[in-house]
Write a protein that binds this ligand. Structure first.
Ligand code: ADP
Length: 174
């Protein structure tokens, strides 16, 4: 099956899509990694709006405007911290992707970009995280034709290799 998933190496803050996801933390008040990069690129108005949201639970998602970003919206989702894999990490990571995509559909977005949620300072193993992400996105897309494209934006070459492989595996088994 041909999916509407694209894997690229790049910077999520530069993506010209309707919505980008942010691997946030539960405070939604900014942090390091991709979260810091998104806040820097969007400008201080993003933090002002985030302050009105009163945080977000792990695996859930909240939407803000994109401000100075090329993207119209930011989908903030706190990914799970990896604690060995027996603490619901896989289900929570899947819900991050699904809940972001649901919000995107509700707001009329056709194109969405994701960073590799939880595989930075949250230490989710890349082989598992990439398979979960691709599975969740592909299943969602099969049921939701309104989303035309999901782009996985990998910051480094090693991360991209894992997502490329996960997509190839998914397409083989679909
Ligand atoms: P988490 O806390 O969910 O693990 P991190 O921000 O630490 O989030 O890392 C998630 C992924 O985002 C990592 O692969 C990291 O290299 C990547 N990343 C960092 N900055 C950017 C960026 N500007 N665009 C895309 N991905 C980024």
């Amino acid at each position: 099956m041909k999916t509407r998933i694209e894997i690229v190496q790049g910077d999520i803050t530069k993506q010209n899509v309707d919505a980008i996801a942010n691997a946030a933390n539960t405070t939604l008040l900014g942090g390091g990694g991709v979260d810091g990069a998104i806040h820097r690129a969007a400008g201080p108005e993003l933090l002002d709006e985030c302050r009105t949201l009163h945080g977000c639970r792990t695996g859930e998602a909240k939407l803000t405007k994109g401000y100075r970003l090329p993207a119209k919206y930011v989908l903030h989702t706190p990914g799970p911290v990896w604690h060995g894999g027996r603490n619901g990490e896989a289900e929570l990571l899947k819900s991050c992707y699904v809940n972001c995509l649901r919000l995107a559909s509700e707001h009329g977005c056709k194109t969405v970009a994701f960073p590799s949620i939880s595989t930075g300072v949250y230490h989710f193993p890349l082989d598992k995280a990439s398979a979960i992400a691709i599975g969740a996105i592909a299943e969602y897309l099969e049921a939701h034709p309104e989303i035309e494209l999901v782009r996985m934006v990998c910051f480094d070459a090693r991360t991209k290799e894992y997502y490329d492989e996960a997509l190839t595996d998914w397409e083989k088994n679909a």
